[in-house]
Design a protein around this ligand. Structure first.
Ligand SMILES: Nc1ncnc2c1ncn2[C@@H]1O[C@H](COP(=O)(O)OP(=O)(O)OP(=O)(O)O)[C@@H](O)[C@H]1O
Ligand SMILES: [Mg+2]
Length: 349
């Protein structure tokens, strides 16, 4: 357990997570750029903050910038600032994030979406520590530690020419890869209890009555494509939806869209697993078709992995009722039993 950012605790004891924390402590004191990668909701933002607060720059500015949230031209002025009169409407000069982060750290979140122009300027600032404000000719010096995060595979993007390889080399002095929640099974219940206790307190309840055995089973076996954020949402929803505050939580509400009245277009199959409320990306159960340069792959194993993933999610979503699971997958009960036997899932999880 550790302080990630004021008030935000980083929970977890699994070996995979402890390894990450160890690497964070080792790399934090160095003044080198660090890249944090991991699926969505794995805690990249918390780890970035921890890197800053464990560094020698901890008492200086920690400035954040979400590169996906703004347009290319705005991004340039946000990062590097602009001089008065640099463009129509620039009535005053503006300090960019690099200037504000001087002597401190700058966290570039969702880095993969930056344009070629911004990538070029970033390269220069890392290489020479110099830049100019937009519309300015005075060269400024940046003493900034860069921390970047993405859930994209930057080496693949670089190979395809969508991200500068030379920038990647410089940004990724070291790379911290956050494990998905399904690779940290030991942490699921620790995190779930933490979010549940907090939610119960927020609701003014005297205590949190715990999870039932079957709820624990669902929490442990679901594959959590949205990782910790999805777990947090599911747990909080389950706590406030539970009507008897003295009774252990039995139903884990994995899918906020679930309703018999849910509008679906005629003929659309009901999706097995839905994303949680703050996610808009495509369901990550959908297998991504490999890109040209990803081949060769193990075709049979890929198909089997996908089948196992679907079955496990459907089981969890149906609270382990096999009849409901078969319905959710559109197979007969006997076909489902066949799959469970084939993949050794009869005692799942
Ligand atoms: N180890 C942890 N302990 C407690 N809470 C955590 C931990 N890791 C992540 N969280 C919580 O999970 C949520 C998601 O974390 P965060 O926003 O850092 O993820 P992310 O990797 O940046 O996601 P995205 O790629 O979608 O931006 C936040 O509410 C965060 O507080
Ligand atoms: Mg994030």
């Amino acid at each position: 357990m550790a302080e990630g950012q004021r008030g935000d605790r980083l929970l977890g004891e699994s070996p995979a997570f402890m390894e990450v924390l160890e690497l964070v402590s080792q790399v934090a004191p160095l003044d080198k750029p660090v890249l944090i990668v991991g699926e969505r909701g794995t805690g990249k933002e918390l780890i970035a903050a921890r890197l800053h607060y464990l560094s020698r720059r901890w008492d200086q500015e920690y400035v954040k910038m979400n590169c996906a949230a703004i347009s290319e031209s705005l991004m340039e002025t946000e990062l590097f600032g602009h001089e008065q009169g640099a463009f129509t409407g620039a009535q005053k000069s503006h300090r960019g994030r690099f200037e504000r982060a001087d002597k401190g750290s700058l966290f570039l979140d969702e880095l993969a979406t930056t344009s070629p122009l911004v990538q070029e300027k970033l390269l220069r600032i890392i290489e020479y520590g110099e830049y100019e404000r937009v519309g300015g000719n005075k060269t400024l010096v940046a003493d900034v530690r860069l921390i970047a995060a993405t859930n994209e595979d930057l080496p693949t993007l670089a190979r395809k020419g969508k991200f500068r390889e030379d920038l990647l080399d410089r940004l990724a002095f070291d790379v911290i890869t956050l494990p998905p929640l399904r690779s940290r099974p030991e942490d699921i219940l620790i995190l779930a209890e933490h979010f549940a206790v907090k939610m119960a307190m927020d609701l003014g309840r005297e205590y949190f009555p715990g999870f039932s055995m079957s709820a624990r089973k669902v929490l442990r076996s679901y594959h959590w494509p949205g990782n910790i954020r999805e777990l947090k949402n599911a747990v909080e929803r389950s706590v406030y939806r539970s009507t008897d505050p003295d009774h252990p939580i039995d139903l884990i509400s994995l899918d906020p869209f679930e309703s018999p009245y849910r509008p679906t277009r005629q003929g659309d199959p009901a999706p097995v697993v839905r994303e949680t409320s703050d996610e808009t990306a495509a369901p990550s159960l959908t297998p991504s078709v490999p890109a040209v340069d990803d081949f060769p792959i193990d075709f049979r194993k890929s198909v089997q992995d996908y089948e196992v993933g679907l079955i496990k999610s459907a089981l969890a979503a149906s609270q382990f009722n096999q009849k409901k699971t078969a319905d959710a997958l559109g197979v007969t009960y006997h076909q489902l039993r066949g799959y469970l036997k084939k993949y050794d899932l009869l005692d799942s999880p």
